[in-house]
Design a protein around this ligand. Structure first.
Ligand code: PLP
Length: 229
């Protein structure tokens, strides 16, 4: 399939998942994850109207950002090392992987220095897999409360990664769990403003994520493809 065909395929599936769950297509946005593809393929995606681009390492994203930075909004998805924050703030509009206070502090500091703000998703390890980054559900509310001191961070939502499952249906409790955590946090009154966003769903499981309330899907392989090497 070429890009246009993949976009159409994904679009149909999202629409069907919306229909099954009584959601509006307009509630859901797509981050096109370009970490597996070249600059040329990334440019093609932006020109095709995929205006949110996701990368998970600054080293890999840099050349793309320098070439086509102005053509899209940029999303940082992966584990963010504190020493990379200075590269990311001011270039990436969204950070999906806020997972520790030292990172919150550094993001705030760098954002303040250039008089900007950063949209952040707090990453939660809902499944409890050892290999995954993110706060445990138990740590979430205290963390969110502590982040409130950093006024350059817009806490817009929660992010999670489900374990890879041969049967995507098996991811449902993870996505439902993230939605519940968001709703509980909003009801708790801890936050100055409610968090509306849920960044969840990847190539293997995005249809289930839509049914469970995702507002941002992070789609790599199924949408922009995966190049060898
Ligand atoms: C790579 C990656 C994705 C996209 O993965 P696909 O399965 O190719 O869609 C989404 N989110 C994060 C955090 C990633 O690292």
């Amino acid at each position: 399939m070429n890009l246009q065909e993949r976009m159409k395929h994904v679009e149909n599936r999202i629409q069907q998942a919306c229909d099954r769950s009584g959601r509006e297509r307009g509630e859901i946005r797509i981050v096109a994850v370009t970490k597996y593809v070249s600059l040329e393929a990334t440019r093609e995606a932006a020109q095709a109207g995929l205006l949110h681009i996701g990368e998970n390492r600054w080293q890999d994203a840099q050349a793309k950002w320098e070439a086509i930075g102005g053509q899209a909004s940029w999303h940082f998805l992966g584990h963010l090392q504190t020493n990379k924050v200075k590269e990311v703030v001011g270039r990436f509009h969204y950070i999906h992987s806020l997972d520790r206070l030292s990172l919150a502090k550094e993001l705030h500091k760098k954002a303040e220095a250039i008089d900007t703000a950063v949209n952040c998703f707090i990453q939660v390890n809902v499944s409890g897999e050892e290999s995954k980054y993110g706060l445990s559900p138990e740590e979430l509310s205290a963390f969110a409360e502590q982040c409130a001191q950093y006024d350059r961070l817009n806490l817009i939502g929660l992010m999670t990664m489900a374990p890879y499952e041969a049967e995507p249906e098996a991811t449902r409790p993870v996505f439902a769990g993230l939605r519940k955590l968001r709703d509980e946090l909003n009801a708790s009154g801890i936050l100055k403003q409610p968090m509306l966003e849920l960044s969840m769903g990847m190539s293997n499981d995005y249809e289930v994520a839509v049914e469970e309330g995702a507002t941002w899907l992070r789609l790599g392989t199924i949408l922009v493809g995966k190049e060898e090497g």
